[in-house]
Design a protein around this ligand. Sequence first.
Ligand code: NDP
Ligand code: 2IT
Length: 445
Amino acid sequence: MNVDKLMLQLEQKHPGEVEYLQAVREVLESIEDIYNQNPQFEAAGIVERIVEPDRILTFKVPWVGDDGKVNVNLAYRVQFNNAIGPYKGGLRFHPSVNLSGLKFLGFEQIFKNSLTTLPMGGGKGGSDFDPKGKSDAEVMRFCQGFMMELWKFIGPETDVPAGDIGVGGREIGFLYGMYRKLARENTGILTGKGGNWGGSVIRPEATGFGNVYFAKEMLATKSETFEGKTVAISGFGNVSWGAALKATELGAKVVAISGPDGYIYDADGIAGEKIDYMLELRASNNDVVAPYAEKFPNAKFFAGQKPWNQKVDIALPCAIQNELNKEDAELLVKNGCICISEGANMPCTPEAIEVIQDNKLLYGPGKAANAGGVATSGLEMSQNSMKLNWSREEVDTKLHSIMCNIHEACVAYGKDATGHVDYVKGANIAGFLKVANAMIDQGVI
Ligand code: NDP
Ligand code: 2IT
């Protein structure tokens, strides 16, 4: 394999799909050596096959607003690779959703899901529908319209969607209700379900908890812990909420959290009732963080800024792709940050990653560090298959051990002669090998 040549061909085939091409290049660069040392991969055309999705479903979702007007949104499901299990990955409802974004997310999901050691292939879907500012009834009608089309293409052994940005418990409920009606079945076709209709405990917290568990393992390689450390987190969504809870529990102080309007800095730490207040703000359907500084006057609000210009020990980007750029990385390094662990998918730009790695910070890439969410989805699927529910302690113990195993896999494939661990390389190689070997075992299909 020649990465530059392959990338040139892909750029010609998929012009303008910037995020997808970015995600593919990173993986190919990591696996290049191991790929070329093992000619069976080239012989089976693994790279040419793995970079293209098995299929992409595109459909429209017409729905009626509360004002009686008809709206039409575009929707997709990218079924990327199912060599090791049913397609698995979230649904994103956000105005920025387009095919390039979903292809990058579906591609990353192949390797992330492989790293969890659970039998899940890679997929992703979503729509440019914006749940923000919509009434519950509007969200329900949209979700019902979305599922009216998608239900034919998913199933517990075929494709199992879940949440992502803009898709949480409420949306999963509306989607599940429509599936159940159309298919006349109660099966585990979605994860992130409610606790009394097939959901798993810990799934809401799992991505954030898992991210902190992964960072804890990285810190331990330097004989460090979360105890007494300061933490900055971006986004105030599902992932950042779980990360803030767990980091606080482990003795760290979360001093900055951002929303789309800017970030708040609270030297006293954002914990307890303050996290509850953040949840209230989020439930307001605006996702703003500014009012926090009015309620807790020791805190300061920085309009339109990112939390990466604060001096912190640990940074957890948990909002969206390409949100932490080269300048942000330089600031974090300059201010003495020792660890960056990605709760979001691909939040650091390639230039930022270069700065972070050149300065040898502990850096956990999303496909390893945020795999706790989908891992717990896998545990939800197991419970659905058995028609049993595990306790909170059982699920959390399994999640913790999966995150430790992912960390070990990254170390196994990412450690160099000096003892430094390149977690990007480690995660990409470990995730790739399992899927590639499965594809070889199963022939050219
Ligand atoms: P949520 O919808 O719960 O929250 C995301 C929040 O981040 C929204 O409030 C959004 O606001 C805000 N946001 C968007 N862009 C920015 C920005 N540039 N700066 C600050 N805030 C911003 O999504 P999740 O928490 O579920 O997802 C967050 C990230 O984690 C995504 O990258 C997702 O792919 C990833 N992830 C999620 C998993 C899960 O289980 N949910 C699992 C693994 C990864 P707005 O709507 O205004 O843009
Ligand atoms: O990016 C992700 O891993 C998710 N949004 C969770 C996917 C899942 O199927 O739980």
